[in-house]
Design a protein. Structure first.
Length: 463
């Protein structure tokens, strides 16, 4: 992250004063911009969405601290200190801390670890004293042997969790817990899990990539109003423990993400049978999935309810059952991921392009039977698509894109409407697609300069 030039700060400060007069403290915005290089339009849009007062900005109610947004360690520390001071008189509603970073990995985990932890200690102390309105907590710790930093961070988390479990006293003198969403990634200690099990009002619980966590705590989980469960890559949480938790919350859980590596085919069917009103479903490492799973899901899910569906490595699921599943319309499906589903063919993707036209994200990586017809239909019909991942489609050719390009040429004067998915796409990944030419990619890039396109070698296409 680089500082905005002084001249830019002054011009933007003047612009804000003219725009919003005395309704906010402009210096706060300028301080904010001097630390993070955020697009001015996004800042202005955010300001208009928030209720502003003369003393504080509500952006402090939603704390987001990501190490990955910084390439300079000292600026990252400055930003932590900035937030710690700004929330002194504010009670945040959400807190998201992610210390996983490629650029700052050595500083955070080794070289500057004591200094970094001292900044976090002050931040968490402030957060504990100002936690009465906190309803969402997300902590992404360091991955790949980051225990030297994760262990102390877990120690800092425990007092905060205890404070949140103790709750607050409402106007009637009753103790109330506000915590509704809890997301822990990469590590969780026994003491953390003990505290997590005592939350009574959780609606979302994600314990991801926590390889040492067992599922015993699920039997003691006090919350029976869960809506979202996510235990990806937490391999010691067993199927029977997940199923029992689902059964205890069967009236409310409609979002579920699990790994299928150690789950039998019939167990997947049993799991689906205990869900109601499925909105989000993610099955990863689904090598043991069979047609019976998708057949049961087809009976349980409604076309209007499904918003996200991810099924990865479902090697044994055949194209016929995929055809059956996507024959009906899914008007609210926004994200679809079918990576490494080896048996999927163009006939199914044609149905996806026909019946899932509100898709924002589609991933069909390494579905190697796909040719051109399915992708062509998606490009023509899914005009709101933002991300398209087609890595490793060995039979895909330029032909899949030619009709969409032709329509754009025919409607080149229709600038006020989306002509094809190419108008809305922000990212298109065609790595390892042997027969998609660079000539085609450059042509698409010239017409859509803001689109990020990756070629066969995973290099970004640049003009």
């Amino acid at each position: 992250m680089v500082d905005i030039a002084d001249s830019q700060k002054l011009s933007f400060k003047t612009h804000l004063r003219n725009l919003l007069a005395s309704k906010l403290i402009v210096k706060e915005i300028v301080d904010f911009l001097s630390i993070r290089d955020i697009a001015k339009s996004e800042i202005i849009a955010k300001l208009f969405k928030e209720r502003l007062s003369s003393t504080q900005l509500n952006i402090y109610n939603n704390v987001v601290i990501k190490a990955s947004e910084f390439q300079d360690f000292n600026k990252f520390l400055t930003f932590i200190d900035w937030y710690q001071n700004r929330i002194e008189s504010v009670y945040p509603q959400t807190f998201f801390l992610c210390i996983n970073s490629y650029y700052l990995k050595e500083d955070i985990q080794e070289l500057q670890r004591p200094l970094f932890l001292s900044y976090l200690e002050k931040l968490f102390a402030r957060l504990i004293s100002n936690s009465k309105n906190l309803i969402s907590l997300r902590i992404n710790m360091a991955r790949q042997h980051g225990d030297r930093i994760n262990d102390p961070l877990c120690d800092l988390l425990v007092p905060l969790l205890k404070q949140l479990v103790s709750g607050i006293i409402d106007e009637q003198g009753q103790i109330v817990q506000n915590m509704q969403e809890l997301w822990i990634e990469s590590m969780a200690t026994v003491e953390m899990i003990k505290q997590i099990s005592q939350f009574e009002s959780l609606k979302l619980l994600k314990i991801i990539n926590c390889t040492y966590v067992t599922g015993e705590f699920l039997r003691n989980l006090r919350s029976n109003n869960l809506r979202t469960l996510d235990f990806r890559s937490s391999y010691q949480i067993e199927f029977n423990q997940i199923l029992e938790c689902v059964q205890n919350n069967s009236g409310t859980i409609n979002n579920l993400y699990v790994d299928g590596e150690y789950v039998k085919a019939q167990q997947f069917v049993e799991l689906i049978q205990n869900l109601k009103n499925i909105q989000e479903l993610g099955i990863f490492f689904g090598q043991k999935l069979k047609d019976s799973f998708l057949f049961e899901l087809n009976q349980k899910v409604t076309g209007e309810s499904l918003r996200i569906f991810k099924m990865r490595k479902a090697y044994k699921v055949n194209n016929q059952i995929l055809n059956l599943f996507f024959t009906r319309c899914f008007p609210n499906l926004r994200k679809l991921k079918l990576d490494e589903c080896r048996n999927i063919q163009d006939s199914t993707v044609v149905l996806i392009g026909t019946n899932c036209q509100k898709l924002r994200s589609l991933s069909l990586n390494w579905c190697q039977q796909l040719k051109s017809d399915g992708i062509e239909k998606v490009l023509l019909n899914c005009k709101l698509l933002k991300k398209l991942n087609l890595v490793g489609l060995k039979l895909l050719q330029d032909q899949a894109f030619e009709r969409a390009i032709q329509i754009e040429e025919e409607k080149k004067n229709d600038i006020h409407e989306l002509r094809t998915a190419l108008d809305s796409l922000k990212l298109m990944n065609l790595a390892s697609c042997d027969y998609v030419s660079d000539t085609l990619l450059y042509k698409i890039k010239r017409n859509h300069r803001s689109m990020v396109i990756f070629n066969y070698y995973q290099d970004e296409v640049e003009l």
